[in-house]
Design a binder for this molecule. Structure first.
Ligand code: SF4
Length: 458
């Protein structure tokens, strides 16, 4: 019992967090910045943050994650980090030659109040930014929100710095995919391609954090949205933003800056959310849905009906990021499962309202907490056990102690692969999720069945 000190009795806590279900803003900003082609993320703060964030992303993706840091010392912490950042910009362009440096901040530089745009202007005036190269920035104070907020802030920075309008609307559609895996971004592009729609997806980490082994290290892999494509987003016909927490700020900023109409949707996880995604793409682009997509939808529906008896009224506990959890909960409810304990570490009132609405017809008490932690989640499990848990790798401790089937999803996954190669969005992603759920439930059934009901066919 690794978590033997977690008591069943729940005591109200206001100041103590144990086993948080989130991490801090810069990691999300770093992930978003890696979704720009030939971009080096830069952490303006002391180097410990940058080392941790790179290592967390590397452990999740099993790929090299490049980023630089202003390497604050005590002096910079007191007198400001201007000299550090100007020196860093100079060194980065001279030694590492990116097209874009995407600066995010840490608790430290936010607390002392460094003015990044002013420092970047000074660097430019001093000739430290070569022609045709860019320094963009997002403020990412770690004491606000979570890693998802940081992702949203850096995505919005792409709009603030690059999106521009030349007054001529194109047929192109912008898609802001949200804080999802590289494989999900690839799947979103594939779906749009099947519909025959020209898109700009930003950020886009596919082929960056799931790149192939070629025998040669590439500092800047081929993937990522280009600066030219980012500039063109200002003339696109519309923006489809997936996930309100991660994508809405950028979509709104683009609407305000370049008057690009935007549609906000939930992440296309599961049948209903994917239906709305396809339908919205169809409507905004004025195209028809091809048979190939209808076939995928039909397959997902077929599995749901074939295997419904195993999903029926199974209790599930979920931990993760808000956008994922909203769609995942909706998917599970739609196949008659009962998500009854739902925790996100990211704060926000809208989460509670949405999940309450989705789960309102479940004839069982449902625990929901935004800004909660896994300690509380574990206590809920002790008081009302579930048949399945879904969440990041940190849940494995609870799964082991309570002997509950467990599916890894979300961020971070440190002890399995697959998440960066196989999508969970779209109808095909839905099929993959169902396969994982069924494997977990049926493996447990096989393990626990007495000899006389150990079935060959299920
Ligand atoms: S919480 Fe602050 S100090 Fe800690 S890693 Fe994040 S940015 Fe750095």
């Amino acid at each position: 019992m690794l978590l033997r000190h977690t008591p069943k009795e729940i005591t109200e806590r206001s100041a103590l967090t144990i086993n948080p279900a989130k991490t801090c803003q810069p990691i999300g900003a770093m992930y978003a910045a890696l979704g720009i082609n030939r971009c080096l993320p830069h952490s303006h703060g002391s180097q410990g943050c940058c080392a941790y964030h790179r290592s967390a992303l590397t452990r999740h993706y099993k790929e090299p994650v490049m980023a630089s840091t202003s390497s604050f010392t005590e002096g910079a912490s007191v007198f400001g980090g201007q000299a550090n950042l100007i020196q860093a910009i100079d060194t980065i362009f001279t030694v590492y030659d990116p097209d874009v440096i995407a600066v995010h901040t840490t608790c430290l530089s936010e607390t002392i109040g460094d003015d990044i745009p002013q420092i970047a202007r000074k660097a430019e005036a001093e000739g430290k930014i070569p022609k045709g190269k860019f320094v963009i920035h997002a403020n990412t104070p770690s004491y606000v929100g979570s890693h998802v907020t940081g992702f949203a802030n850096m995505t919005k920075a792409m709009v603030n710095y690059f999106s521009a309008s030349n007054g001529k609307r194109s047929e192109q559609i912008n898609i802001i995919p949200g804080y999802v895996e590289p494989a999900d971004m690839e799947e979103i592009r594939r779906i749009a391609g099947q519909l025959g729609i020209r898109t700009v997806i930003f950020p886009d980490t596919s082929n960056v954090l799931n790149r192939p082994q070629t025998g040669k290290f590439e500092m800047y892999p081929k993937g990522g949205v280009t600066v030219r494509a980012l500039v063109s987003t200002g003339d696109s016909k519309a923006t489809v933003a997936l996930g309100s927490t991660a994508s809405w700020p950028a979509a709104r900023a683009l609407d305000v800056k370049c008057n690009v109409h935007c549609e906000l949707l939930e992440l296309p996880i599961g049948l209903t959310a994917t239906d709305s995604f396809i339908d919205t793409l169809r409507t905004v682009a004025g195209v028809s849905v091809p048979d190939s997509i209808n076939i995928e939808r039909g397959r997902l529906l077929d599995i749901i009906t074939d295997m419904h008896q195993y999903f029926y009224h199974k209790k599930v506990g979920l931990v993760g990021d808000p956008d994922q959890l909203v769609s995942l909960t909706e998917f599970l409810v739609s196949i008659d499962m009962w998500p009854i304990h739902i925790v996100t570490g990211s704060p926000g009132k809208a989460f509670d309202t949405k999940i309450r609405e989705i789960t309102r017809e479940i004839p069982h008490p449902v625990n929901i907490k935004a800004g909660g932690d896994m300690f509380l989640f574990h206590q809920w499990i002790k008081n009302d056990p579930v048949d399945l848990m879904m969440g990041n790798t940190y849940l494995k401790y609870i799964a082991r102690d309570e002997d509950i089937p467990f599916i890894r999803c979300g961020f971070p996954i440190l002890d399995r692969i697959g998440h960066s190669y196989f999508p969970t969005v779209g109808y095909m992603g839905g099929i993959r999720l169902l396969e994982k759920i069924l494997d977990a439930l049926l493996d447990r059934k096989d393990r626990d069945s007495p000899e006389e009901s150990f079935e060959l066919v299920m």
